[in-house]
Write a protein that binds this ligand. Structure first.
Ligand SMILES: NC(=O)c1ccc[n+]([C@@H]2O[C@H](COP(=O)([O-])OP(=O)(O)OC[C@H]3O[C@@H](n4cnc5c(N)ncnc54)[C@H](OP(=O)(O)O)[C@@H]3O)[C@@H](O)[C@H]2O)c1
Length: 345
């Protein structure tokens, strides 16, 4: 069927991930039974993609060389043979030419989205609603589905507070938007004053600057001494400590990323106040859902995006696949909270 462009990781590079990448030409895959060939149009560069290329992402151990890219938007180019009809209603309705995202893409096998064509099991495809732009759809999986996962798992009652760190990340902003929809209040921790007004403008109830304020004291003041119902925190090291002391008795703290190697948990919070710490990884959360519930949750996220309730910030920059090294350097140079860097074409 011809050739495609693909970005490959030849060897992991922790210090300089852009150096690990090459753009190569290879044969376009032929979809096997039960698969569809998807022409990928756009993908964001997420922190998790950079972790993969650095060789520090626990969920990505493909045989190298491998193609990175955990998410993206594409169009169904060709549906492969279907010896038995797909088991889901959604998959049975898919047509060539339709815009789709995949959950998951076959990234773990080294066939990620940083290439022009990917063969994907048809049952992994989610149709993109007309109201969702290509740019937003390309960012459907990693952050919006995680934001929904947090709320589904934490079951925070209406009017109670969720405390979150790195709240000005793209994920943090989507958590604020979804919290508003669900009637949950948010206390948002940032490390720069410049981002406070923006977070308030999208519905953050409270914002704390960790550089200038005492997180535990402020959370107690805001919650009338009760503490936040739960906390979500992507940052390890000593900065993780106050999040345990700032949740209520029997509160839950999710650690969900890899900035830092370890978290600091005060024993007193574990022992006398029954606080619990857990990791949250999107893939594990999705894998625990029964098939019909997973389909329903994925549709719910697509509907939240179509209704404008979850909206990623506009992309900060766009690069063709050929310029992937520059794009990765750009993505690393600034916080993604200013909008993602996208790879096109
Ligand atoms: N576990 C999961 O399933 C899952 C799913 C989705 C995302 N994630 C993780 O969630 C995180 C956010 O993702 P994203 O796409 O929203 O990222 P993003 O938009 O690029 O934002 C990264 C954020 O991290 C903050 N940050 C980085 N290092 C920090 C530090 N040492 N102390 C305080 N803040 C720091 C930045 O703050 P400044 O703006 O002040 O620089 C920025 O707000 C990533 O680590 C990603 O891997 C995990």
């Amino acid at each position: 069927m011809g050739k495609e462009k693909a970005v490959v990781v030849r060897q992991f590079n922790k210090d300089n991930p852009a150096e690990a990448l090459d753009v190569v030409k290879r044969d376009v895959p032929e979809p096997k039974a039960g698969e569809a060939l998807v022409r990928v149009l756009m993908r964001p560069i997420n922190p998790s993609d950079i972790f993969c290329i650095q060789g520090i992402y626990g969920g990505w151990h493909p045989k190298l060389p491998a193609i990175p890219g955990l998410e993206g938007l594409g169009v169904i180019e060709k549906i492969g043979p279907q010896p038995t009809p797909p088991s889901t209603e959604t998959a049975r309705k898919l047509k060539e030419g339709q815009r789709v995202v995949a959950v998951p893409w076959p990234s773990a096998e080294g066939e990620g989205t940083w290439q022009q064509y990917v063969a994907v099991p048809i049952e992994n495809l989610v149709p993109v609603r007309d109201e969702v732009s290509n740019e937003d759809a390309a960012q459907y999986l990693v952050n919006p589905v995680t934001a929904l996962g947090f709320f589904e798992d934490l079951k925070i009652p209406k009017c109670k507070y969720l405390l979150q760190n790195a709240a000005n990340s793209v994920l943090g902003k989507e958590v604020i938007l979804l919290a508003k929809k669900r009637g949950v209040k948010t206390i948002n921790v940032v490390r720069r004053d410049e981002v406070i007004n923006e977070l308030k403008s999208i519905g953050a109830d409270e914002v704390i600057n960790s550089k200038t304020e005492n997180i535990v004291a402020r959370v107690k003041e805001i919650t009338g001494n009760e503490g936040a119902w739960a906390a979500i925190n992507p940052i390890g090291g000593p900065a993780s400590r106050p999040f345990f002391s700032a949740v209520r008795n029997s509160g839950l703290v999710y650690i969900y990323s890899m900035y830092g190697d370890e978290v600091y948990v005060p024993i007193a919070d574990l022992l006398w106040r029954d606080v619990t710490v857990r990791g949250f990884w999107l893939n594990v959360w999705l894998s625990r859902l029964p098939k019909d519930v997973k389909e329903q949750k994925l549709q719910e996220v697509m509907d939240l995006m179509a209704d404008g309730i979850i909206k990623p910030p506009p992309a900060r920059a766009k690069y063709p696949l050929d310029d992937v090294k520059k794009a990765v350097e750009d993505a690393q140079s600034k916080s993604g909270s200013a909008g993602k860097v996208l790879l096109e074409g």
